[in-house]
Design a protein around this ligand. Structure first.
Ligand code: NAD
Length: 288
């Protein structure tokens, strides 16, 4: 099956970037959100990013116009009925994703692929509510999706070879380097990344070093583009906490357990860049 029309459900940090990547690659892209306000915010995020590309000379005026023309936005999931593949990028909660997949399963044509951008949830638990578990797969994009070259494709024990190959081909069409992971908590990247981020929080929490020194240490000492605490602010502390909890539940290994400081910061609403405050402050910062 050639994928011509793609749907993206949830136009937050990740969904808006995924939608932009798809539209830039020539695919008709339908974006859905839960409510009008979130939809308008998602649309602004995508349009601002395309405009930045135009102003920065990466996109010509006609490219920008064509990309915008391939995108449509709605709060009505029924408008996804002609999509060949739908990626969900909604909140990281199993119950919400299960409900969404049940609904999408009833809307999409029987050969369509249902993909989840989950960072941590068992995709098979989302797949089993559908009548097409062989057509359900994980497509784990990285933030910001238009910039980051990696796509982790995650196959469950029920995903068919055909679904894997069609999804891999789509990822390559989007200009991504595709790596394939099993449907186990953390896939490849988070399994390695989360213990590192948690160690940095524990180091900071214990008073061992300042946040600036921890971040500079990893940037200048290891060539990381940003330090671990900066990266946590970038990911969103609430998202990181969800991932820690899911990995700890999966493996019961202390390295994955969320440090108390991370939990308290999320409780305080210090979610990182998106809320204007995390380990650092972002004056006047706007998401995306
Ligand atoms: P976000 O909070 O920025 O966006 C989620 C969006 O989904 C919101 O705009 C919300 O209104 C919308 N939404 C919630 N329920 C919905 C529903 N039922 N129907 C339609 N829209 C709905 O979150 P995010 O950071 O973009 O994360 C989205 C997903 O991507 C999560 O599963 C997360 O684990 C995963 N992910 C996040 C990152 C990251 O760095 N933030 C990276 C990779 C994967």
């Amino acid at each position: 099956m050639e994928i011509k029309t793609v749907g993206v459900v949830g136009a937050g940090l990740m969904g808006s970037g995924i939608a932009e990547v798809c539209a830039r690659s020539g695919l008709r892209t339908r974006v859905a959100e839960a409510g009008e306000e979130a939809l308008a915010a998602g649309r602004r995020r995508v349009e601002r990013s395309i405009e930045r590309g135009r102003q920065g000379g990466k996109l010509s005026d006609s490219d920008a116009e064509e990309i915008t023309g391939r995108l449509s936005f709605s709060t009505d999931l029924a408008e996804m009925s002609d999509c060949d593949l739908v990626v969900e990028a909604i909140v990281e909660r199993l119950a919400d994703k299960v409900e969404l997949f049940g609904t999408l399963d009833g809307i999409l044509h029987e050969d369509a692929i249902l993909a989840s951008n989950t960072s941590s949830l068992p995709i098979i638990e989302i797949a089993r509510v559908t009548k097409r578990p062989d057509r359900v797969i994980g497509t784990h994009f990285f933030n910001p999706a238009p910039v980051m070259r990696l796509l982790e494709v995650v196959r469950t024990i029920a995903t068919s070879d055909r679904t894997l190959e069609e999804t891999r081909a789509l990822g390559e069409r989007l200009g991504k380097r595709v790596i394939v992971a099993q449907d186990r908590g953390g896939f490849i990247v988070n399994l390695l990344l989360i213990p590192f981020l948690n160690s940095a929080v524990r180091l900071f929490e214990s008073g061992f070093a300042t946040k600036e020194d921890i971040d500079e240490g990893m940037k200048l000492g290891c060539g990381h583009p940003m330090g671990p605490l900066q990266l946590l602010d970038y990911i969103g502390l609430d998202t990181a906490l969800f991932v820690c909890d899911a990995l700890y539940e999966e493996y019961a290994v202390r390295d994955y357990a969320a440090p108390p400081l991370l939990k308290r910061m999320v409780a305080a609403g210090y979610l990182g860049r998106k809320s204007g405050r995390g380990f650092y402050e972002y004056e006047g910062a706007q998401r995306g």
